[in-house]
Design a protein around this ligand. Structure first.
Ligand SMILES: Cc1cc2nc3c(=O)[nH]c(=O)nc-3n(C[C@H](O)[C@H](O)[C@H](O)COP(=O)(O)O)c2cc1C
Length: 168
């Protein structure tokens, strides 16, 4: 699939805004992801405010893309009513990948910014956005239309020696 092959982490964006309908398309793709026993643990905050984006950028040494991007999607995971809580990070990762591939499909670029599993980052984000205890920050997807010199592009990472056909 083209989108899988050309997706790159994009950290530099042009001025073009991303409208709400486009963000909703991305989140529809995210919510289509598989999850353990279909528990769908995800919720999302769509963050456009410059002060909030700058705050997220201060989360860690490589979080600056949160400020550079016009939109940050803060991915939240539900903390209650989970049949398999130990699988929530896997569920959320699948959701994140769906969002990022849909972004490529729509001409956008994105980068995933780490929050979990670091408690200090989880607290940092939860404090700013006054999150209830029913959700916990999982990660941030910073996104926008890429700068002309930072477009998605193909990189071949296929390594035959990583594959073990039937025996190791
Ligand atoms: C779990 C995970 C955490 C990541 N955290 C960050 C991050 O905090 N900041 C950042 O700029 N990129 C982050 N990235 C992006 C990686 O650096 C990037 O995917 C990797 O260098 C490969 O480049 P590519 O995405 O362009 O293929 C993260 C990616 C993953 C999958």
């Amino acid at each position: 699939m083209k989108e899988i092959r050309i997706r790159r982490s994009v950290r530099s964006f042009c001025d073009r805004e991303v409208d709400d309908a486009t963000v909703a398309d991305l989140l529809r793709a995210g919510m289509a992801a598989p999850s353990a026993v279909n528990q769908q643990p995800w919720e999302f905050m769509v963050i456009r405010d410059e002060g909030d984006r700058n705050y997220i950028a201060g989360m860690g040494p490589i979080s600056g893309s949160a400020a550079a991007a016009p939109v940050d999607i803060l991915m939240l995971s539900r903390t209650y009513d989970l049949q398999l809580p130990e699988l929530v990070y896997l569920d959320m990762s699948m959701c994140a990948q769906n969002i990022m591939l849909e972004a490529v499909h729509l001409g956008l670029g994105s980068v995933f910014l780490t929050v979990v599993p670091y408690p200090e980052r989880i607290d940092y984000i939860a404090r700013r956005f006054s999150l209830p205890s029913t959700v916990s920050p999982f990660g941030v997807i910073a996104l926008g239309y890429p700068s002309w010199d930072r477009l998605n592009h193909e990189t071949d990472r296929f390594h035959e020696d990583r594959i073990h056909w039937g025996t190791y």
